[in-house]
Write a protein that binds this ligand. Structure first.
Ligand SMILES: [Zn+2]
Length: 110
């Protein structure tokens, strides 16, 4: 039985281990395949730009400063403000209703 091999469509290199093949081809689980290592290395400048881009993206996630995360913080803050406003409005309405019914709203002052 022959051992499984992977041959690169672009550079014709043959890989006999799954790990080495994955290192060359990338491990794609998304709809779009990763760029194979030989293509990345064709133009060193492009490769450096690619790595720097990935580093920037990782840094944004680490800093929790990614656009989606910022949107979540903004939404969380907006919801918290709205809940506080609703609580204050409800409390003030309750106080006004007590006054209308003739109750004292500050019994500690008597
Ligand atoms: Zn290749």
């Amino acid at each position: 039985m022959s051992k499984k091999q992977w041959r690169c469509y672009f550079c014709d290199e043959v890989f006999t281990s799954k790990d080495k093949a994955a290192q060359h081809f990338g491990v794609f689980e998304a709809c779009e395949a990763d760029e194979p290592a030989c293509k990345l290395m064709q133009h060193q400048e492009r490769f450096i730009e690619y790595v720097r881009g990935l580093e920037r993206e990782i840094r944004l996630y680490q800093d929790e400063n990614q656009p989606l995360q910022r949107a979540m913080w903004d939404l969380e803050s907006t919801i918290r403000d709205k809940v506080n406003q609703a609580e204050e409005k409800g409390y003030n309405k309750g106080v006004q209703d007590m006054i209308k019914q003739g109750y004292c709203v500050e019994p500690a002052k008597h």
